[in-house]
Design a protein around this ligand. Sequence first.
Ligand SMILES: [Cu+2]
Length: 285
Amino acid sequence: MRSQNRTSSQRTRNITVASVAVAGALALSGCTSQVQNGWLPGSRDTTSNTGMVTDLWVNSWIAALTVGAITWGLILWCIIAYRRRKGTVGFPRQTSYNLPLEIFYTAIPLFLVVVFFYFTDRDQRAIDNPNANPDVTVNVVGKQWSWDFNYKQGGIVKDNVYEAGTQTHLNGTPVDLNTLPTLYLPVGKTVTLDLTSRDVIHSFWVPAFLQKRDVVPGHPNTMYFTPEKVGTYEGKCAELCGEYHSEMLFQVKVVSEADFQAHLSGLPKGLLDTTYDRNPDLNQK
Ligand SMILES: [Cu+2]
């Protein structure tokens, strides 16, 4: 009896040491910004929405891992505490129906789903809340296989101007970033993107902005945010849209308002409207 107690207390000590080591390692790794960011691209102040999206992502993982750790712990405990011991014969005591346990494993997952839903819905509403008077409105047009950017007059944009993107050609050598269609946005200004397509379904995706939205012919979509960090960000089409889908690359440059105005003044006047659409359904007259 005595020796058994000693081994079990030793085991408890070993488990305690191991848990402290694991918790310590986790706490230390928590210091890096990459971990705090949940391994998401960009940083939490890239746009007005990235902080919110990062928090939702990281906190969901913390909740999921906490539940996971408790579940794994209970599974291990059952395996060890109720293992078959030497000299046991026959089946263990058979039980069926345990009402408290059944209520527990129905109520807890339901509670989890409700909590996840609440926070997701709250953040989604905030992110999709339209800008009342956006400083900049750009009609981003997806087309096989590039993008057009129509800067619409209004807010701080003085004239209708456009940039017509041409397809990137991936041939095994590094892409010349300077030739990519580039969407310029002024830092700290509210931006509304009207997303439309000339042909098939595309998807506007700037990974660092943590927002992605489908670009659907005949169904305009919208994206709202305020870029908060000057920089150059990679973008791509995220919806398989045909043979050269992977060449549908673009850049977003977040610049000062002066640089933004300087860029706009160098662009051709007018808008590239639906004249250039080639949606087979819409073209049939
Ligand atoms: Cu596409």
